[in-house]
Design a protein around this ligand. Sequence first.
Ligand code: FES
Length: 70
Amino acid sequence: MYVCLCMGVCDREIREAINEGACSVAEVMECTGAGTRCGSCEPTIAKLVGDREAAPAPRRLVMAPVSSAA
Ligand code: FES
């Protein structure tokens, strides 16, 4: 879905920017160009950034040492 009609930026491109490290609206704007004209898409960009921040951290697999009792 297009988020920024002025610059032709879709949600997939914004999510990619976020996944590659953009962690604020300003950084997403800088990476994608979204929000740099009329600004009416900024709330949607902020929501996408917020969704990422609100997402639970990826679970990490904890490896326990294996005892070599034989
Ligand atoms: S819709 Fe994004 S800058 Fe206008």
